[in-house]
Design a binder for this molecule. Sequence first.
Ligand SMILES: NC(=O)c1ccc[n+]([C@@H]2O[C@H](COP(=O)([O-])OP(=O)(O)OC[C@H]3O[C@@H](n4cnc5c(N)ncnc54)[C@H](O)[C@@H]3O)[C@@H](O)[C@H]2O)c1
Length: 256
Amino acid sequence: MPLPAAQFHDLRDRRVLITGGGTGIGAALVDGFVRQGAQVAFVDIDAATSLELVDRLSVETGYRPLFIHADLRDIDAVRRAVETVAATLGALHVLVNNAARDDRQQLEDVTEESWDESQAVNLRHLFFMSQAVAPHMRQAGGGSIINFSSIAFLLNMAEIPAYATAKAGIVGLTKSLAGKLGPDNIRVNAILPGMIVTERQKKLWLDETAIAAMLDKQCLKRSLTADDLVGPCLYLASNCSMGMTAQTMIIDGGAL
Ligand SMILES: NC(=O)c1ccc[n+]([C@@H]2O[C@H](COP(=O)([O-])OP(=O)(O)OC[C@H]3O[C@@H](n4cnc5c(N)ncnc54)[C@H](O)[C@@H]3O)[C@@H](O)[C@H]2O)c1
């Protein structure tokens, strides 16, 4: 199903930073913000795929998003990325904290190291990204931070104890940051996707049986794709949602 070509005119020239923008939902978001005429930067650990995206968008739209190759588990690299974006594009208006890695693990196999690794890749950088962008958003007169959580933490899924904990933590983080940053006109909201059929999901976890089981739960009887997240994210970034902060938006085809 093609995306409706909605334009959020206030997003033109807005400076936007997206984490994990190289593939999956993040790549659809980079594409979506570029097509709004925003100035887009993204961070990813996967340089090859990210540079392919930059080249494709450059050919298709004439705009080259700024790609920063960094590992978000490294908090110094997180801070450097924000400073690079601010120095190159100017003070940021929008941060989309999207990067994550939904590794499966059995209860008995979780170690202290694997637990900390999961929180580092799925939770910690969202706080430090937000901390680093807040002064730039204040300078810009306000901003919007959009944190990607997941409905997975509400589904009693046995094989993702650390990931589910991180995704639940993102909702708490969103509400705390919204309370702190609201007086500076910085809004903070979370998106909880349901089953989104991306290349990685198809390769690792989503066989026909898993897709059929989720479609059975959904009200909408089609698989959602990365494009289904673009409109909600643009809306949360735009002033169209200017009264909305500290909220969670569930995009799951009605699975919950
Ligand atoms: N796909 C789904 O079904 C689904 C469901 C619920 C929530 N989500 C959430 O949506 C967001 C995007 O998911 P996705 O399915 O597109 O994931 P994905 O794995 O396809 O993409 C994640 C991106 O983040 C990057 N990344 C991972 N670790 C990184 C690191 N340490 N440093 C820098 N970049 C890193 C990856 O290279 C990749 O480009 C995630 O927060 C995920 O938890 C996805």
